[in-house]
Design a protein around this ligand. Structure first.
Ligand code: SRM
Ligand code: SF4
Length: 579
C-alpha cells in the first residue's frame, strides 16, 4: 500500500488528478501508481486483480492479473432502453462476467484492463452515463425506491433524489480531462468545492430515499435517509434519518453496523439544504485520523445525536419538525407486474446476485441468455416513450413504463430467455442477496455471489423438510464484515470469516428496521445447516400468523435483541409501523 495516508493523497491530488494520466500511459505494468489507486476510486473505478489466479501467477513470477472494476453513477438505477443497449455492448466488448447490478442501483463492469479503461469510460459517457463519484470519500450513488413511476408522487421523489445527487457532485474537472480529453483551463486543479473542500469527506457517504410501505433501499443502512410521507396521493415531505451503516471489522468492537436514527421531518423544498447540512457537518466533524471510525455513524455516536441534530439545523437555517408516522412492510422487491396510474405497467424480474450474463452463471452450471433477453427487450422498448430499466437496491431489475400494447411481447421475451425465474422461485430465493466477493474483491474472506446458489438451495431443502417452502425469509451473504449486501439487516445472514467459513447472524426483521446478531461464529456449510434445521422446525410449529422468521427468533428468545434497536427508531414510530 501507499506510504501516504488517504487524507494526504486527497489533499495533494490537485482535485483528484494525481498522476493518473501518467499511470494510465505506463506500458510496463497493468497497475496504477500507488496513490493513483486511491484517486481512481473518485472516478468510479477500482484496481483489482483476479484472486483465482493470484497464487499461480506469484509462483510463475508474474505480476498479479490486474484489471479494473468500473461502477456507474445512476441515481435511482434508471437507464433508458437506448442506454441499456450501449451498456450491454460495453460489457460484451470490454468487460468480463457481463453487467452486474449492485446493491445501490448501479452497474459494475469487472475485468477491464488498463489499456481499455479510457475507451470504456468514453463509451459509458457516450451513453450519457457517468461514473464520477461512484466510489471514494464523497456522496455515492443515491438510492431511490425502485418503482417511482407507480404514481406522480413517486416520480416526484425520484426527481428530488436525482437533484440532490447532482447537487452533491464534486466540481472538479479532473474526470472530464482524464477520461474525456477536456482541455485544461485556468483554475484547473484548484476548482472551488463548496460542499467538499480540498480533502473531500472523511469517508464514503450514502443517501437513500424510501417510499413506505416498501423499504427496498434499506433506508436505515444509509448515512442519510429520506422517508417519503405521502398523504392522499400528495408528497408532504420526508422524515430524515442519519447515521446508518453496515461496515464492521471482525474482532474490533470499535466498529459495528448501526441503523439510522430518525431526527425529524422536512418539507420537499428542504431536501437539498438539509442534505448539504448533514454532509458538511460530517465533512467538518468526521474522524480524519482513524478511517475505520470515519463514517457518520461514529461521528454521531461520539458526539451525540442531539448535538448532531442541532448542528444540522444550524447549518440548514431551519428547525426540523417532529417526525411523521410511517409503516414499512418489507425491504425486498415486488416481483411481477405492477400497474402505474398512467396505464403503463412495470415488471420486476429476479436477477440472481445482480449478475446479467449470457453463459454459465458464477457458481452454477446452467447456461443463461439473460443478457440477450434484456437486449431484445431494450430493442422492443426503444421507441416506447418513457419506458425505462430500473435497477433495484436488491440487485433486481424493473422493466418500467411498458405500454399496454407491448406487455405480451415483453412477457414472451422474458419467458424465452428464462428471465421468468421470479414466478417459480421460492420467496427465500427471490429475496436473497450476495455481494460480489471472490474473485475480484480484494477484501473478500469467503465466497458470496458464487456461493449463493448452493446456500439458497440448502435453505430451500431445509424449509421443504419442515413443510414451509413458502416461508418468506430474507437471506443475505457477504464475503467479509464490510457488509456490501447489507447482511446485518438479513433475517439470516452469512458474513465471511475465512474460505468456506462464516459467522451466522440471525434475528433482523424483514422491514429493515432491526439489526440481527451473531448466532454462531466461524462455521462451515454443514454446521450452518445443522444450526438452521431445528430453528426452521421450531418456526414451522410455533410461528404466529404471518410472523417473520427474524421476529419469531426474537419473540422466542432464540436470539436476544432489544427491540426497538438501541440506536434506532423512536418507539412511537415503530408502534405505528407494526399497527
Ligand atoms: Fe461495498 C468496499 C462492492 C455496496 C460497504 N464494496 C467494497 C469494494 C469496493 C471492495 C474494496 O474496497 O476493495 C467491493 C468491490 C467488489 C467487486 O469486486 O466488485 C464492494 N459494495 C460493493 C457492491 C458492488 C456489492 C454488490 O454485490 O452489489 C455494492 C456497490 C454499491 C454501489 O453501487 O455503490 C456495495 N458496500 C455496499 C453497501 C450496501 C449499500 O451501500 O447499501 C455497504 C454497506 C453500507 C455501508 O456503506 O455502510 C458497503 N463496501 C462497504 C465497505 C465498508 C464500509 C465501512 O463503513 O466500513 C467497504 C470497505 C471500505 O470502504 O473500506 C466496501
Ligand atoms: Fe468485498 Fe466484503 Fe464487500 Fe463482499 S462485503 S464485496 S467481500 S468488501
Amino acid at each position: 500500500m501507499s506510504a501516504h495516508s488517504v487524507e494526504d493523497i486527497k489533499r495533494a491530488s490537485a482535485r483528484l488528478r494525481g498522476s493518473l494520466l501518467e499511470s494510465l500511459a505506463n506500458p510496463l505494468t497493468g497497475a496504477l501508481n500507488e496513490d493513483d489507486q486511491t484517486l481512481i476510486k473518485y472516478h468510479g473505478s477500482y484496481q483489482q486483480d483476479d484472486r483465482d489466479v493470484r497464487e499461480e501467477r506469484r509462483v510463475a513470477k508474474l505480476e498479479p492479473a490486474y484489471s479494473f472494476m468500473i461502477r456507474t453513477r445512476t441515481p435511482g438505477g434508471v437507464v433508458a432502453p437506448a442506454q441499456w443497449l450501449k451498456l450491454d455492448s460495453i460489457a460484451t466488448r470490454f468487460a468480463e462476467r457481463g453487467l452486474r447490478i449492485t446493491t445501490r442501483q448501479a452497474f459494475q463492469y469487472h475485468g477491464v484492463i488498463k489499456t481499455e479503461l479510457k475507451p470504456t469510460m468514453q463509451a459509458i459517457n457516450a451513453a450519457l452515463i457517468d461514473t464520477l463519484a461512484a466510489c471514494g470519500d464523497v456522496n455515492r450513488n443515491v438510492a431511490v425506491a425502485a418503482n417511482p413511476l407507480v404514481s406522480a408522487s413517486h416520480a416526484q421523489v425520484f426527481a428530488q433524489a436525482a437533484a440532490l445527487s447532482e447537487h452533491l457532485l464534486p466540481n472538479t474537472r479532473a474526470y472530464y480531462e482524464i477520461w474525456l480529453d477536456e482541455e485544461r483551463v485556468a483554475g484547473s486543479g484548484s476548482e472551488d468545492e463548496p460542499v467538499y473542500g480540498q480533502a473531500y469527506l472523511p469517508r464514503k457517504f450514502k443517501i437513500g430515499f424510501a417510499i413506505p410501505p416498501y423499504n427496498d433501499v434499506d433506508v436505515f443502512a444509509q448515512d442519510l435517509g429520506y422517508i417519503a410521507i405521502i398523504e392522499n396521493g400528495e408528497l408532504q415531505g420526508y422524515n430524515v434519518t442519519v447515521g446508518g451503516g453496515m461496515g464492521a471489522t471482525h474482532g474490533d468492537a470499535e466498529t459495528y453496523p448501526r441503523v439510522g436514527d430518525v431526527i425529524g421531518f422536512v418539507a420537499p423544498d428542504q431536501v437539498i439544504p438539509v442534505g448539504v447540512a448533514v454532509v458538511t457537518a460530517q465533512r467538518d466533524f468526521g474522524n480524519r485520523q482513524v478511517r475505520k471510525r470515519a463514517r457518520l455513524k461514529y461521528t454521531i455516536d461520539d458526539r451525540g445525536l442531539d448535538w448532531f441534530k442541532s448542528e444540522v439545523e444550524r447549518r440548514a437555517g431551519f428547525t426540523l419538525l417532529p417526525a411523521r408516522p410511517f409503516a414499512f412492510r418489507h425491504n425486498g422487491d415486488r416481483f411481477g407486474w405492477v400497474d402505474g396510474d398512467d396505464g403503463r405497467a412495470h415488471l420486476t424480474l429476479r436477477i440472481p446476485a445482480g449478475r446479467i450474463v449470457d453463459g454459465a452463471l458464477d457458481g452454477r452450471g446452467e447456461t443463461l441468455t439473460h443478457l440477450s433477453g434484456l437486449r431484445e427487450i431494450a430493442q422492443l422498448l426503444l421507441d416506447a416513450e418513457g419506458s425505462q430499466f430500473r435497477m433495484t437496491p436488491n440487485q433486481n431489475l424493473t422493466v418500467a413504463g411498458v405500454p399496454a400494447a407491448l406487455r405480451e411481447r415483453v412477457d414472451a421475451l422474458v419467458a424465452e430467455h428464462g428471465l421468468d425465474g421470479y414466478r417459480s422461485a421460492s420467496p427465500v430465493r427471490r429475496n436473497a442477496l450476495a455481494c460480489v466477493a471472490l474473485p475480484t474483491c480484494a477484501l473478500a474472506m469467503a465466497e458470496a455471489e458464487r456461493y449463493l446458489p448452493d446456500f439458497v438451495a440448502e435453505v430451500e431443502r431445509l424449509l421443504q423438510r419442515h413443510a414451509i417452502p413458502d416461508a418468506s425469509i430474507n437471506l443475505r451473504i457477504s464475503g467479509c464484515p464490510n457488509g456490501c449486501s447489507r447482511p446485518y439487516l438479513g433475517e439470516i445472514a452469512l458474513v465471511g470469516k475465512a474460505p468456506g467459513r462464516y459467522n451466522l447472524m440471525l434475528g433482523a426483521d424483514h422491514r429493515g428496521q432491526r439489526l440481527n446478531t451473531l448466532y454462531r461464529e466461524n462455521i462451515g456449510e454443514a454446521e450452518i445447516a445443522a444450526a438452521l434445521d431445528p430453528l426452521f422446525g421450531a418456526y414451522a410449529a410455533q410461528r404466529e400468523g404471518d410472523e417473520g422468521f427474524g421476529d419469531y427468533l426474537v419473540r422466542s428468545q432464540v436470539v436476544s435483541i432489544p427491540y426497538p434497536t438501541p440506536t434506532g427508531i423512536p418507539i412511537a414510530l415503530v408502534a405505528e409501523a407494526h399497527a
